[in-house]
Design a protein around this ligand. Structure first.
Ligand code: PMP
Length: 351
Protein backbone atom coordinates (compact mmCIF):
# COMPACT_ATOMS: atom_id res chain seq x y z
CA UNK A 1 0.00 0.00 0.00
CA UNK A 2 1.24 3.50 -0.81
CA UNK A 3 0.52 6.80 0.93
CA UNK A 4 -0.41 8.14 -2.52
CA UNK A 5 -3.34 5.71 -2.88
CA UNK A 6 -6.93 6.83 -2.36
CA UNK A 7 -9.18 4.93 0.06
CA UNK A 8 -10.98 3.33 -2.90
CA UNK A 9 -7.75 1.94 -4.33
CA UNK A 10 -6.58 0.71 -0.91
CA UNK A 11 -9.74 -1.32 -0.49
CA UNK A 12 -9.90 -2.90 -3.95
CA UNK A 13 -9.52 -6.68 -4.20
CA UNK A 14 -9.03 -7.05 -7.95
CA UNK A 15 -10.16 -10.09 -9.90
CA UNK A 16 -7.36 -12.48 -10.80
CA UNK A 17 -8.06 -14.38 -14.04
CA UNK A 18 -6.90 -17.97 -14.60
CA UNK A 19 -3.23 -18.22 -15.44
CA UNK A 20 -1.94 -18.05 -19.02
CA UNK A 21 1.20 -20.19 -18.95
CA UNK A 22 3.47 -20.21 -22.01
CA UNK A 23 4.61 -23.84 -21.73
CA UNK A 24 3.92 -25.41 -25.13
CA UNK A 25 3.16 -28.97 -24.03
CA UNK A 26 0.49 -28.14 -21.45
CA UNK A 27 -3.11 -29.22 -21.93
CA UNK A 28 -4.74 -25.93 -21.01
CA UNK A 29 -8.32 -26.43 -19.85
CA UNK A 30 -8.49 -23.64 -17.24
CA UNK A 31 -9.93 -20.49 -18.84
CA UNK A 32 -12.68 -21.65 -21.18
CA UNK A 33 -10.98 -20.73 -24.43
CA UNK A 34 -12.07 -22.32 -27.69
CA UNK A 35 -9.71 -25.09 -28.85
CA UNK A 36 -10.40 -24.54 -32.54
CA UNK A 37 -9.02 -21.06 -33.18
CA UNK A 38 -10.72 -18.30 -35.15
CA UNK A 39 -12.17 -18.64 -38.64
CA UNK A 40 -9.64 -18.43 -41.51
CA UNK A 41 -11.68 -15.45 -42.78
CA UNK A 42 -10.96 -13.66 -39.49
CA UNK A 43 -7.23 -14.29 -39.84
CA UNK A 44 -7.32 -12.92 -43.41
CA UNK A 45 -9.21 -9.81 -42.25
CA UNK A 46 -6.65 -9.25 -39.47
CA UNK A 47 -3.77 -9.50 -41.92
CA UNK A 48 -5.43 -7.07 -44.28
CA UNK A 49 -6.22 -4.54 -41.55
CA UNK A 50 -2.63 -4.82 -40.26
CA UNK A 51 -1.13 -4.11 -43.65
CA UNK A 52 -3.55 -1.40 -44.73
CA UNK A 53 -4.53 0.81 -41.87
CA UNK A 54 -2.86 0.48 -38.47
CA UNK A 55 -1.54 4.04 -38.86
CA UNK A 56 -5.09 5.38 -38.76
CA UNK A 57 -7.40 5.76 -35.77
CA UNK A 58 -10.28 3.29 -35.71
CA UNK A 59 -13.91 4.28 -36.37
CA UNK A 60 -15.01 5.90 -33.07
CA UNK A 61 -18.62 4.80 -33.70
CA UNK A 62 -17.75 1.18 -34.60
CA UNK A 63 -20.64 1.57 -37.03
CA UNK A 64 -19.88 -1.38 -39.33
CA UNK A 65 -19.54 -3.82 -36.44
CA UNK A 66 -22.65 -2.48 -34.72
CA UNK A 67 -24.68 -2.75 -37.92
CA UNK A 68 -23.36 -6.26 -38.59
CA UNK A 69 -24.29 -7.32 -35.05
CA UNK A 70 -27.70 -5.66 -35.35
CA UNK A 71 -28.40 -7.50 -38.63
CA UNK A 72 -27.18 -10.77 -37.11
CA UNK A 73 -29.56 -10.42 -34.16
CA UNK A 74 -32.52 -8.84 -35.99
CA UNK A 75 -32.16 -5.56 -34.07
CA UNK A 76 -31.21 -2.02 -35.07
CA UNK A 77 -27.83 -0.50 -34.35
CA UNK A 78 -29.20 1.84 -31.63
CA UNK A 79 -29.82 -1.32 -29.62
CA UNK A 80 -26.17 -2.45 -29.86
CA UNK A 81 -23.08 -1.55 -27.83
CA UNK A 82 -19.52 -2.85 -28.32
CA UNK A 83 -16.46 -2.85 -26.05
CA UNK A 84 -13.09 -4.46 -25.31
CA UNK A 85 -14.32 -7.85 -24.19
CA UNK A 86 -17.45 -8.36 -22.18
CA UNK A 87 -15.50 -7.57 -19.02
CA UNK A 88 -15.26 -3.97 -20.21
CA UNK A 89 -18.89 -3.91 -21.31
CA UNK A 90 -19.88 -5.20 -17.85
CA UNK A 91 -17.66 -2.63 -16.10
CA UNK A 92 -19.32 0.18 -18.07
CA UNK A 93 -22.77 -1.29 -17.37
CA UNK A 94 -22.04 -1.38 -13.64
CA UNK A 95 -21.14 2.29 -13.73
CA UNK A 96 -23.95 3.36 -16.04
CA UNK A 97 -26.95 1.36 -14.98
CA UNK A 98 -26.73 0.37 -11.36
CA UNK A 99 -28.68 2.51 -8.96
CA UNK A 100 -26.68 3.36 -5.89
CA UNK A 101 -29.75 3.76 -3.66
CA UNK A 102 -30.77 0.09 -3.90
CA UNK A 103 -28.62 -3.04 -3.84
CA UNK A 104 -27.62 -5.17 -6.79
CA UNK A 105 -28.64 -8.83 -6.65
CA UNK A 106 -26.66 -11.72 -8.08
CA UNK A 107 -26.31 -15.45 -7.36
CA UNK A 108 -24.02 -16.50 -4.52
CA UNK A 109 -22.14 -18.69 -6.99
CA UNK A 110 -21.46 -16.75 -10.17
CA UNK A 111 -18.83 -14.70 -11.99
CA UNK A 112 -16.39 -13.44 -9.37
CA UNK A 113 -15.87 -10.15 -11.21
CA UNK A 114 -19.28 -8.82 -10.06
CA UNK A 115 -18.30 -8.10 -6.43
CA UNK A 116 -15.08 -6.52 -7.70
CA UNK A 117 -17.03 -3.99 -9.80
CA UNK A 118 -19.33 -3.33 -6.83
CA UNK A 119 -16.36 -2.40 -4.68
CA UNK A 120 -14.88 -0.23 -7.41
CA UNK A 121 -18.09 1.77 -7.85
CA UNK A 122 -19.33 1.64 -4.25
CA UNK A 123 -22.44 -0.37 -5.13
CA UNK A 124 -24.18 -2.37 -2.37
CA UNK A 125 -24.97 -5.93 -3.31
CA UNK A 126 -26.81 -8.96 -1.96
CA UNK A 127 -26.20 -12.51 -3.10
CA UNK A 128 -29.04 -14.98 -3.61
CA UNK A 129 -28.35 -18.69 -2.99
CA UNK A 130 -28.57 -21.18 -5.84
CA UNK A 131 -30.93 -24.09 -5.12
CA UNK A 132 -29.76 -27.61 -4.21
CA UNK A 133 -29.26 -28.48 -7.89
CA UNK A 134 -27.14 -25.29 -8.32
CA UNK A 135 -29.90 -23.60 -10.32
CA UNK A 136 -30.92 -19.93 -10.21
CA UNK A 137 -34.46 -19.69 -8.76
CA UNK A 138 -36.13 -16.47 -10.00
CA UNK A 139 -38.72 -16.68 -7.17
CA UNK A 140 -35.90 -16.12 -4.66
CA UNK A 141 -35.10 -12.68 -6.10
CA UNK A 142 -37.62 -10.80 -3.98
CA UNK A 143 -35.52 -8.11 -2.28
CA UNK A 144 -36.07 -4.57 -3.58
CA UNK A 145 -33.11 -3.93 -5.84
CA UNK A 146 -31.53 -1.47 -8.26
CA UNK A 147 -30.49 -4.18 -10.69
CA UNK A 148 -29.96 -7.92 -11.11
CA UNK A 149 -27.05 -9.58 -12.89
CA UNK A 150 -26.26 -13.23 -13.57
CA UNK A 151 -24.43 -15.28 -16.16
CA UNK A 152 -26.68 -17.48 -18.29
CA UNK A 153 -25.54 -20.22 -18.45
CA UNK A 154 -24.11 -19.57 -15.03
CA UNK A 155 -20.37 -19.61 -14.41
CA UNK A 156 -18.67 -21.63 -13.08
CA UNK A 157 -21.52 -24.16 -12.95
CA UNK A 158 -22.55 -24.24 -16.66
CA UNK A 159 -26.20 -24.61 -15.60
CA UNK A 160 -28.74 -22.51 -17.51
CA UNK A 161 -31.87 -20.62 -16.52
CA UNK A 162 -34.58 -21.20 -19.16
CA UNK A 163 -35.95 -18.05 -20.84
CA UNK A 164 -39.21 -18.28 -18.89
CA UNK A 165 -37.15 -17.74 -15.72
CA UNK A 166 -35.41 -14.71 -17.25
CA UNK A 167 -38.83 -13.28 -18.10
CA UNK A 168 -40.02 -13.82 -14.53
CA UNK A 169 -37.15 -11.66 -13.30
CA UNK A 170 -37.82 -8.99 -15.95
CA UNK A 171 -41.53 -8.87 -15.06
CA UNK A 172 -41.05 -8.99 -11.27
CA UNK A 173 -38.56 -6.09 -11.37
CA UNK A 174 -39.75 -3.62 -14.03
CA UNK A 175 -37.80 -0.76 -12.43
CA UNK A 176 -34.52 -2.64 -12.16
CA UNK A 177 -32.12 -3.31 -15.02
CA UNK A 178 -31.70 -7.06 -15.50
CA UNK A 179 -28.26 -7.78 -16.99
CA UNK A 180 -27.93 -11.24 -18.53
CA UNK A 181 -24.26 -12.12 -19.04
CA UNK A 182 -24.34 -14.56 -21.96
CA UNK A 183 -20.61 -15.24 -22.29
CA UNK A 184 -21.32 -18.96 -22.86
CA UNK A 185 -24.79 -18.91 -24.43
CA UNK A 186 -23.75 -20.19 -27.87
CA UNK A 187 -22.95 -23.68 -26.54
CA UNK A 188 -26.57 -24.66 -25.99
CA UNK A 189 -28.30 -21.97 -23.91
CA UNK A 190 -31.32 -19.87 -24.88
CA UNK A 191 -30.40 -16.25 -25.60
CA UNK A 192 -32.48 -13.46 -24.07
CA UNK A 193 -31.72 -11.27 -27.13
CA UNK A 194 -35.15 -12.36 -28.42
CA UNK A 195 -36.69 -10.48 -25.45
CA UNK A 196 -34.94 -7.15 -26.04
CA UNK A 197 -37.86 -5.61 -28.00
CA UNK A 198 -40.32 -6.47 -25.23
CA UNK A 199 -38.43 -5.50 -22.06
CA UNK A 200 -36.88 -2.02 -21.78
CA UNK A 201 -35.12 -3.12 -18.56
CA UNK A 202 -33.14 -5.93 -20.24
CA UNK A 203 -29.45 -5.72 -21.14
CA UNK A 204 -27.89 -8.80 -22.74
CA UNK A 205 -24.07 -8.95 -22.73
CA UNK A 206 -22.18 -11.30 -25.06
CA UNK A 207 -18.57 -11.92 -26.07
CA UNK A 208 -16.48 -13.03 -29.04
CA UNK A 209 -14.02 -14.72 -26.63
CA UNK A 210 -15.59 -18.16 -26.37
CA UNK A 211 -17.78 -19.35 -29.24
CA UNK A 212 -15.92 -17.15 -31.76
CA UNK A 213 -12.49 -18.09 -30.45
CA UNK A 214 -11.29 -14.48 -30.17
CA UNK A 215 -10.38 -14.17 -26.47
CA UNK A 216 -7.08 -12.56 -27.44
CA UNK A 217 -8.74 -9.85 -29.54
CA UNK A 218 -11.02 -8.57 -26.73
CA UNK A 219 -14.45 -7.98 -28.28
CA UNK A 220 -17.67 -7.87 -26.29
CA UNK A 221 -21.10 -6.45 -27.00
CA UNK A 222 -24.44 -5.66 -25.40
CA UNK A 223 -28.01 -5.57 -26.69
CA UNK A 224 -30.80 -3.58 -25.10
CA UNK A 225 -33.22 -0.66 -25.30
CA UNK A 226 -31.62 2.42 -26.95
CA UNK A 227 -31.84 4.29 -23.62
CA UNK A 228 -29.69 1.65 -21.92
CA UNK A 229 -27.26 1.65 -24.84
CA UNK A 230 -27.06 5.45 -24.71
CA UNK A 231 -26.13 5.24 -21.00
CA UNK A 232 -23.27 2.86 -21.85
CA UNK A 233 -22.11 5.16 -24.68
CA UNK A 234 -22.01 8.15 -22.34
CA UNK A 235 -19.85 6.38 -19.80
CA UNK A 236 -17.61 4.89 -22.49
CA UNK A 237 -17.08 8.24 -24.18
CA UNK A 238 -16.12 9.73 -20.83
CA UNK A 239 -13.21 7.24 -20.66
CA UNK A 240 -12.11 6.58 -24.23
CA UNK A 241 -13.96 7.52 -27.36
CA UNK A 242 -12.55 4.61 -29.42
CA UNK A 243 -14.47 1.49 -28.43
CA UNK A 244 -12.30 -1.03 -30.28
CA UNK A 245 -9.03 -0.99 -32.18
CA UNK A 246 -8.86 -1.57 -35.94
CA UNK A 247 -7.88 -5.23 -35.69
CA UNK A 248 -10.69 -6.02 -33.27
CA UNK A 249 -13.25 -4.26 -35.49
CA UNK A 250 -12.06 -6.06 -38.63
CA UNK A 251 -11.80 -9.47 -36.94
CA UNK A 252 -15.20 -9.26 -35.27
CA UNK A 253 -16.99 -8.28 -38.50
CA UNK A 254 -15.28 -11.11 -40.40
CA UNK A 255 -16.25 -13.58 -37.68
CA UNK A 256 -19.94 -12.66 -37.99
CA UNK A 257 -19.72 -13.22 -41.75
CA UNK A 258 -18.43 -16.79 -41.39
CA UNK A 259 -21.54 -18.46 -40.01
CA UNK A 260 -20.56 -21.91 -41.30
CA UNK A 261 -17.30 -21.94 -39.30
CA UNK A 262 -19.10 -20.64 -36.21
CA UNK A 263 -21.71 -23.40 -36.37
CA UNK A 264 -19.18 -26.13 -37.10
CA UNK A 265 -16.83 -25.28 -34.19
CA UNK A 266 -19.72 -24.64 -31.79
CA UNK A 267 -21.17 -28.08 -32.56
CA UNK A 268 -17.75 -29.71 -32.19
CA UNK A 269 -17.40 -28.21 -28.70
CA UNK A 270 -20.92 -29.34 -27.77
CA UNK A 271 -20.20 -32.89 -28.99
CA UNK A 272 -16.94 -33.02 -26.98
CA UNK A 273 -18.77 -31.74 -23.90
CA UNK A 274 -21.32 -34.54 -24.12
CA UNK A 275 -18.56 -37.14 -24.59
CA UNK A 276 -16.49 -35.72 -21.72
CA UNK A 277 -19.54 -35.64 -19.44
CA UNK A 278 -20.16 -39.35 -20.13
CA UNK A 279 -16.46 -40.23 -19.67
CA UNK A 280 -16.26 -38.35 -16.35
CA UNK A 281 -19.47 -39.99 -15.11
CA UNK A 282 -18.01 -43.40 -15.98
CA UNK A 283 -15.06 -42.57 -13.69
CA UNK A 284 -17.47 -41.79 -10.83
CA UNK A 285 -17.63 -38.00 -11.20
CA UNK A 286 -20.85 -36.09 -10.58
CA UNK A 287 -21.12 -33.62 -13.47
CA UNK A 288 -23.58 -30.72 -13.42
CA UNK A 289 -25.71 -30.50 -16.59
CA UNK A 290 -23.74 -27.96 -18.62
CA UNK A 291 -24.77 -25.92 -21.66
CA UNK A 292 -21.42 -24.10 -21.66
CA UNK A 293 -17.95 -24.85 -23.06
CA UNK A 294 -16.88 -26.26 -19.70
CA UNK A 295 -18.13 -28.77 -17.17
CA UNK A 296 -18.26 -28.48 -13.39
CA UNK A 297 -17.62 -31.82 -11.77
CA UNK A 298 -16.78 -33.39 -8.42
CA UNK A 299 -15.70 -36.82 -7.35
CA UNK A 300 -17.27 -38.10 -4.11
CA UNK A 301 -14.09 -39.92 -3.07
CA UNK A 302 -11.37 -37.49 -4.16
CA UNK A 303 -10.46 -34.02 -2.97
CA UNK A 304 -10.74 -31.49 -5.79
CA UNK A 305 -7.64 -29.48 -4.86
CA UNK A 306 -5.59 -32.67 -4.83
CA UNK A 307 -7.03 -33.75 -8.17
CA UNK A 308 -6.18 -30.34 -9.67
CA UNK A 309 -2.62 -30.64 -8.34
CA UNK A 310 -2.35 -34.21 -9.66
CA UNK A 311 -3.53 -33.10 -13.08
CA UNK A 312 -1.05 -30.25 -13.12
CA UNK A 313 1.76 -32.67 -12.31
CA UNK A 314 0.63 -34.50 -15.47
CA UNK A 315 0.66 -31.23 -17.49
CA UNK A 316 -3.14 -30.72 -17.55
CA UNK A 317 -4.42 -27.43 -16.06
CA UNK A 318 -8.03 -27.11 -14.91
CA UNK A 319 -9.63 -24.54 -12.59
CA UNK A 320 -10.27 -25.10 -8.91
CA UNK A 321 -12.04 -22.42 -6.85
CA UNK A 322 -11.27 -22.31 -3.15
CA UNK A 323 -14.71 -20.93 -2.30
CA UNK A 324 -17.60 -22.08 -0.09
CA UNK A 325 -19.87 -24.80 -1.55
CA UNK A 326 -17.79 -25.25 -4.70
CA UNK A 327 -14.36 -26.16 -3.34
CA UNK A 328 -14.92 -29.84 -4.14
CA UNK A 329 -15.55 -29.09 -7.83
CA UNK A 330 -13.24 -28.82 -10.81
CA UNK A 331 -14.12 -26.58 -13.72
CA UNK A 332 -12.83 -28.17 -16.87
CA UNK A 333 -12.89 -26.30 -20.19
CA UNK A 334 -13.86 -28.35 -23.23
CA UNK A 335 -10.75 -28.98 -25.31
CA UNK A 336 -10.40 -30.65 -28.69
CA UNK A 337 -10.67 -34.44 -28.90
CA UNK A 338 -6.96 -34.98 -28.15
CA UNK A 339 -7.02 -32.62 -25.15
CA UNK A 340 -10.09 -34.30 -23.67
CA UNK A 341 -8.41 -37.70 -24.14
CA UNK A 342 -5.23 -36.45 -22.41
CA UNK A 343 -7.36 -35.17 -19.50
CA UNK A 344 -9.08 -38.54 -19.15
CA UNK A 345 -5.78 -40.44 -19.26
CA UNK A 346 -4.42 -38.22 -16.47
CA UNK A 347 -7.61 -38.58 -14.41
CA UNK A 348 -7.63 -42.38 -14.75
CA UNK A 349 -4.21 -42.39 -13.08
CA UNK A 350 -5.60 -40.33 -10.19
CA UNK A 351 -9.00 -41.79 -9.26
N1 PMP B 1 -18.71 -13.20 -18.14
C1 PMP B 1 -18.41 -14.41 -17.69
C2 PMP B 1 -19.45 -15.18 -16.96
C3 PMP B 1 -17.14 -14.96 -17.91
O1 PMP B 1 -16.83 -16.18 -17.44
C4 PMP B 1 -16.19 -14.23 -18.64
C5 PMP B 1 -14.81 -14.81 -18.94
N2 PMP B 1 -13.95 -14.82 -17.88
C6 PMP B 1 -16.53 -12.95 -19.06
C7 PMP B 1 -17.80 -12.46 -18.82
C8 PMP B 1 -15.55 -12.04 -19.73
O2 PMP B 1 -15.15 -12.47 -20.97
P1 PMP B 1 -14.46 -11.50 -22.02
O3 PMP B 1 -14.03 -10.25 -21.26
O4 PMP B 1 -13.33 -12.25 -22.57
O5 PMP B 1 -15.51 -11.15 -23.02
Amino acid sequence: MSRFWSNIVSELTPYIPGEQPKLPDLVKLNTNENPYGPSPQVLAALREATEDSLRLYPDPTASELKQTLADYQGLNSAQVFVGNGSDEVLALAFMALLKHDAPLLFPDISYSFYPVYCKLYGIDYLTVALDDAMRIRPQDYQEPCGAIIFPNPNAPTGVDLPLAGVETLLRDHPDAVVVVDEAYVDFGGQSAVTLVERYPNLLVVQTFSKSRSLAGLRVGCAFGHPDLIEALERVKNSFNSYPLDRLALAGAVASLHDEAYFQQTRQAVIASREQLTADLAALGFEVLPSVANFVFARHPQHDAAQLAAGLRARSVIVRHFNAPRINQYLRISIGNVGECAALMTALRALV
